[in-house]
Design a binder for this molecule. Structure first.
Ligand SMILES: NS(=O)(=O)c1c(F)c(F)c(S(=O)(=O)CCO)c(N[C@H]2CCc3ccccc32)c1F
Ligand SMILES: [Zn+2]
Length: 263
């Protein structure tokens, strides 16, 4: 049973004991600051194929005790990265109702309110994500930084189901929609670096693409994300709120982050 958490004796400081890669190289997330950024004119806009999923399709949204994750369709993939990567799942990281600073990546030392991750695997080289997840060129994760602003009808297509996945292992079906609606404008402007899964087993197998521009969701939507879910099962006598499910930024020495935009 994957026994790790974001707080207490099984928190991130203890992860390397059971998951050695968590104490290894190329760990994520990181802070994006001027000294490590380098412009790269070869970075192309990310291309999305099959992201506009018809409402006749359904996605499974599940509370896995660490995050709320939504399985995606294998007909969804991205191009203009070193390989073609097929979508696997999306999930979120957030803070708590008193401190809405739950993004994993930070910019100039600043947290955003939350962060969306869309996990893909290298389907050119590997048959499925299980085969890909511990390979150096196995995964590609797209990250969207979320901050407070106007209500987002697109994010609401997921958030409206949170009351049905309050507890660990609960799941609900979400009608298909255009997942590209969850992404910011300017898909040509992003940070790119080689890193890792930000949860155990922390494999250094992720090509990260963090979009430069954030997406806005309302204060109420953020509060719903920060207060709806529990890490524990519905019958657990000691309920644990699912809050602050973000890893702290990792040391980033001798490495560069490539940017597709001029400052
Ligand atoms: N921030 S992140 O993008 O690094 C990241 C997560 F933060 C996260 F929570 C998960 S998970 O599957 O919900 C729980 C831990 O495996 C995954 N899941 C990945 C890791 C292992 C695996 C296997 C199959 C499908 C997805 C994943 C993940 F890639
Ligand atoms: Zn994540």
């Amino acid at each position: 049973v994957s026994k790790w958490s974001y707080i207490g004796p099984d928190g991130e400081k203890a992860w390397p004991k059971k998951y050695p890669f968590c104490g290894g190289v190329f760990q994520s997330p990181i802070d994006f600051h001027k000294a490590i950024l380098q412009y790269d004119s070869n970075l192309l806009p990310v291309e999305f194929i099959g992201y506009n999923v018809p409402s006749t399709d359904q996605f499974t949204l599940i509370n896995n005790g660490h995050s709320v994750k939504m399985y995606l369709s294998p007909a969804m993939f991205i191009r203009n990265l070193p390989f073609e990567y097929t979508a696997s799942q999306l999930h979120l990281h957030w803070g708590n109702q008193n401190k809405s600073e739950g993004s994993e990546h930070t910019v100039g030392g600043k947290h955003f309110a939350a962060e969306l991750h869309i996990v893909h695997y290298n389907s050119e080289k590997y048959p499925d994500i299980t085969a890909a997840m511990d390979k150096a060129d196995g995964l590609a994760v797209l990250a969207v930084l979320l901050e407070i602003g106007p209500f987002s009808p697109s994010y609401e297509k997921i958030f409206r189901h949170f009351q049905n996945v309050k507890y660990k292992d609960q799941k609900v079906l979400v009608p298909g929609f255009n997942i590209q609606e969850l992404l910011p404008d300017r898909l040509d402007e992003y940070y790119r670096y080689k890193g890792s899964l930000t949860t155990p087993p922390c494999y250094p197998s992720v090509l990260w693409t963090v979009f430069r521009h954030s997406v806005k969701i309302s204060q109420d939507q953020l509060l719903a994300l920060e207060t709806a879910m529990y890490c524990t099962q519905s019958d657990d006598p000691e309920p644990l709120e699912m809050v602050d499910n973000f890893r702290n930024v990792q040391e980033f020495h001798e490495r560069l982050v490539f940017i597709s935009f001029h400052e």
